[in-house]
Ligand binder design. Structure first.
Ligand SMILES: C[S@@+](CC[C@H](N)C(=O)[O-])C[C@H]1O[C@@H](n2cnc3c(N)ncnc32)[C@H](O)[C@@H]1O
Length: 340
C-alpha cells in the first residue's frame, strides 16, 4: 500500500442500498451498474445532475456547427455536452459557473470523454459577468446562450454544501464557498425586518413575521439547527405546513445568500448586447420570481426591438420526463431571438 495515501475503510450501511450521501461511494466513484439502477428508479445518482428538458432546449436553440455558445450554468455539463456535439467541430462553448468545486470536476470529465481543449473554455464566473467572460474568451458575441438556473443536484445532495435540510451539514449554501457570507453568518447579521421582507419576497412565506422574529440574529451552525428552529417557531401549525415552511425558508435564504435575483437581472440586462444578430437564448427557471423576471425582460426586449421573437408560452417538461426525474416538474423554459 502507498504510505502517503493510507487506506480508508468505506462507510458501511445497513440494508440493501445506502441512504447517506457519504455512503453512496459506488455512485460517487461512477460505478456504471449502480448509476443505471439509481436512474431507473427515478432518482439522481450522488455526485451527478440529470439535465432537464434537453430535447426542448436543443429544439429552441437549434445549435449548428461553428456557432459560439455560452452555457451560463455549466454544472455537471449535461446540457454542455449535447450543445458541444452539435456545434463541433468548428464551434466553441464557453461554460460559466460560480462554483469552483464542481467546475473543475466537469472540466476533467469533459477531457476524459474526449472533448478537445480547444472546443471549450470554462470559467469560474458569475453569469452576471457574461459580457466580460465573452470578451475574455476572445469573442465579441454569442450565437447561443443557455441558463439553467438554481443549484445542481451535486450541490443540493451534498450535506457539506449546506443546501439541504434533509441531512446535517454546515449551514453554508454558497455556490462559491470562498466568497461572501455563509448562510449561518448571514442569518446572524440580518435584521428581523429585512429577513421578514426576504422570506415574503423570495418564497411567499406566509409565516414570515413569526419566522423572522425567531430566526434573525440567531447563531445557527448547521442545516439541522435551522430546520429545527423553524419547526420550533411553528410548533402549533400542522406538520405538513411546518415541513413546507422548512423548504421555503431554505430556498429564500439560498436565494438571498447567493444574490440570485440580482445576478439574473444583470444577465437579462446584458443579454441583448452579448448575442450576435439572430442569436438565441434559452432560460430555464425553477422559481416563479425568476420566471417572472425572464418573461418581463423578454417582453420588454420584443417591444423595444432588441428581440425579434420570444416564446408565447412557457415550455414545461413532458409527463415522461417528470416521472423519470421529479426535479423537472418545476422547470419553466423560455426563449428569445436577438433581432438581426
Ligand atoms: C441547475 S445547475 C445546472 C446544471 C447543468 N445545466 C447540467 O446539465 O449539469 C445550475 C448551476 O448554475 C450555477 N449557478 C447558479 N447561479 C449562478 C450564477 N449567478 N453564475 C454562475 N453560475 C451559477 C450553480 O453553481 C450550478 O452549478
Amino acid at each position: 500500500m502507498n504510505e502517503e495515501t493510507p487506506h480508508r475503510r468505506r462507510p458501511r450501511y445497513a440494508g440493501k442500498y445506502p441512504r447517506r450521501f457519504d455512503q453512496k461511494y459506488k455512485e460517487l466513484e461512477g460505478n456504471a451498474d449502480t448509476i443505471a439502477r439509481v436512474l431507473a428508479s427515478g432518482k439522481t445518482p450522488a455526485g451527478r445532475h440529470v439535465p432537464i428538458m434537453v430535447d426542448e432546449i436543443l429544439e429552441v436553440l437549434d445549435p449548428r456547427p461553428g456557432q459560439v455558445c455560452v452555457d451560463c450554468t455549466l454544472g455537471f455539463g449535461g446540457h454542455a455536452r449535447r450543445l458541444l456535439e452539435r456545434i463541433l467541430p468548428t464551434g466553441h462553448l464557453i461554460g460559466l459557473d460560480a462554483d469552483p468545486l464542481e467546475i473543475s470536476k466537469t472540466e476533467s470529465a469533459l477531457h476524459e470523454e474526449g472533448f478537445i481543449s480547444s472546443a471549450f473554455t470554462l470559467r469560474r464566473s458569475n453569469f452576471a459577468g457574461i459580457h466580460v467572460a465573452l470578451l475574455g474568451s476572445g469573442f465579441s458575441g454569442a450565437d447561443l446562450v443557455l441558463a439553467d438556473l438554481g443549484v445542481s443536484s451535486m450541490q443540493l445532495d451534498n450535506p457539506q454544501r449546506g443546501f439541504t435540510w434533509k441531512s446535517t451539514g454546515p449551514l453554508d449554501m454558497r455556490m462559491n464557498p470562498s466568497k461572501g457570507a455563509s448562510a449561518a453568518q448571514w442569518l446572524l447579521k440580518i435584521s428581523t425586518e429585512s429577513l421578514q421582507e426576504i422570506l415574503s419576497e423570495n418564497s411567499d412565506e406566509p409565516n414570515a413575521v413569526v419566522l423572522a422574529s425567531k430566526l434573525a440574529g440567531r447563531h445557527l451552525e448547521t442545516t439541522t439547527d435551522l430546520a429545527d428552529a423553524i419547526r420550533e417557531a411553528l410548533a402549533s401549525e400542522p406538520q405538513e405546513e411546518i415541513e413546507k415552511a422548512v423548504r421555503r425558508v431554505f430556498q429564500a435564504v439560498r436565494i438571498a445568500v447567493n444574490e440570485e435575483f440580482t445576478a439574473l437581472d444583470t444577465l437579462l440586462r446584458h443579454l441583448p448586447a452579448c448575442l450576435n444578430p439572430g442569436g438565441r437564448v434559452a432560460i430555464m427557471s425553477f422559481h416563479s420570481g425568476e420566471d417572472r423576471r425572464v418573461k418581463k425582460s423578454f417582453q420588454a426586449g420584443l417591444r423595444d426591438g432588441a428581440y425579434s421573437s420570444i416564446c408565447k408560452d412557457v415550455i414545461r417538461a413532458g409527463a415522461a420526463e417528470c416521472r423519470a426525474n421529479p426535479r423537472s416538474t418545476a422547470a419553466k423554459l423560455r426563449w428569445a431571438v436577438r433581432a438581426v
